[in-house]
Design a binder for this molecule. Structure first.
Ligand code: GLC
Length: 435
């Protein structure tokens, strides 16, 4: 990983919206993978393009909904592994303007709408392209034990390495990326599909420089074989804090794109739990949604965005201007800390019925209250050893049920000075013993 200073907006953003939109929304098929894995023929998969209308696509409404939900950026698939570009690229006819009834560029209006609503623009782009005749050239395209059995993908010629074809592919790859950067002035490029070529084959170091020339200030995710700016753990929430800037991407049901029979949605409360875990450890959540082929979001996804909007607007001060909270071991849940380190926010995903503990706070407590209603809560420190600067455990009285948030209650603790934590292992206190 190249050590870089990432644009400050990214680590302040906290919430991003990931959108997988493509011809795979037409039928209940996953994005790109089904034809690669031989679950559907390439022809049947690509025939979905005839149903991709984008008829009710309203990027202004998308951007308004994302902004209301509390997102500070969005990332839209400009081209998934299937190779169908969502803009009218001059580099190939395989684009929605030419090859689908949508008949127009879908990326420009998205960028414009996001900017009008104060959101940063992110564009997802798959390095690899399973439709491009010059792409499938390496002996081992699928890592063993990873995405299944390479022999299943029998319509692709992985056995012939053709350096001339690879050179042609790189020209095409750069041409599309240059269009995306220069036309849409993207703030972030979210790459994917770097896995079956090396950094040298992709010429990633050179690409990184080119991207910075074409889109000054652009942020690059990690899927650049070590040449990106931040890590992208996917579906598995980190249990330890990743080093450096990071963003956790996750589907809200079990598919990245629209899949009409998949109703296995996480609840708003559950999604907020992932979100709080991320911000508590200094990361962002990039929450994925899949619009239908006509450009509208399914009602379950709108309900999730509305749920996030309600909770984030009530608890904004605990989320957006804050940084990572208490390290593990001090409170049974995620937390954040204000920029001046004098206010702690505790996120309660279980309904506290009794007093609940926070350990290790040496500071004097100025106030404890329920964020939102503002109701003060009684608290007291018990135990500890003041003469050795070992603080007692802070016990906070449970809020009244009427003050609890239906999804997650936030408790605000105001301190008299910047947070001073006891991080010792404990042990016998010997200096007050008589000798
Ligand atoms: C994986 C999948 C891809 C999906 C992406 C999102 O790389 O190959 O289908 O778009 O994850 O992070």
């Amino acid at each position: 990983m190249v050590v870089v200073m990432i644009q400050p907006w990214f680590q302040r953003a906290k919430l991003g919206i990931f959108i997988h939109w493509g011809i795979y929304a037409v039928k209940p098929t996953g994005e790109s993978w089904p034809f690669f894995l031989g679950e559907i023929s390439y022809e049947d998969y690509m025939a979905q393009r005839h149903g991709f209308t984008a008829k009710h696509y309203d990027p202004q409404a998308w951007a308004a909904l994302f902004a209301k939900a509390g997102a500070r950026y969005a990332v839209l698939t400009t081209k998934h592994h299937d190779g169908m570009a969502l803009w009218d690229t001059a580099a190939s006819d395989l684009n929605v303007a030419k090859a689908t009834p949508a008949g127009r560029d879908l990326i420009g209006p998205y960028c414009e709408a996001l900017r009008q609503h104060g959101l940063k623009v992110g564009l997802y782009f798959s390095h690899l392209d399973w439709s491009h005749p010059d792409y499938a050239t390496l002996p081992k395209a699928i890592p063993p034990g990873d995405h299944g059995d390479a022999s299943k993908a029998n319509s692709f010629n992985f056995r012939v390495h053709d350096p001339a074809a690879w050179e042609r592919f790189l020209v095409f790859h750069r041409a599309q990326l240059r269009e995306l950067c220069e036309r849409f002035h993207t703030d972030l490029l979210w790459f994917d599909g770097d896995w079956d070529r090396t950094a040298e084959q992709w010429r990633m170091a050179e690409l990184r420089d080119q991207l910075h020339q074409w889109a000054p200030g652009v942020i690059l995710n990690s899927r650049m074989k070590g040449h990106g700016d931040y890590q992208t753990p996917e579906q598995g929430l980190p249990t330890v804090t990743p080093s450096g800037p990071w963003e956790f991407c996750m589907t809200c049901n079990d598919h990245w794109g629209y899949f009409d029979t998949d109703k296995n949605y996480k609840s708003v409360r559950q999604i907020l739990w992932y979100f709080a875990q991320c911000i508590s450890k200094g990361g962002n959540l990039l929450l994925d949604f899949g619009p239908k082929a006509d450009g509208t979001f399914p009602e379950e996804q709108i309900a999730i965005l509305e749920g996030l909007a309600r909770w984030n607007s009530k608890h904004a001060e605990a989320v957006f201007p804050t940084g990572p909270g208490l390290p593990l071991g001090h409170f049974d849940g995620p937390s954040t800390l204000s920029a001046d380190h004098r206010t702690l926010y505790l996120f309660c995903f279980y309904r506290p019925e009794h007093s609940f503990p926070v350990s290790g706070i040496r500071n004097k407590i100025e106030s404890v209250r329920v964020l939102g209603p503002g109701t003060p809560l009684a608290s007291r420190k018990l135990g500890g050893a003041a003469w050795s600067n070992i603080p007692g455990v802070l016990w906070i009285d449970a809020p009244e049920p009427t003050d609890l948030d239906p999804d997650a209650t936030v408790i605000e603790i105001k301190l008299d000075s910047p947070l001073d934590l006891f991080r010792g292992e404990g042990g016998a206190i010997e200096h007050n013993a008589t000798t």
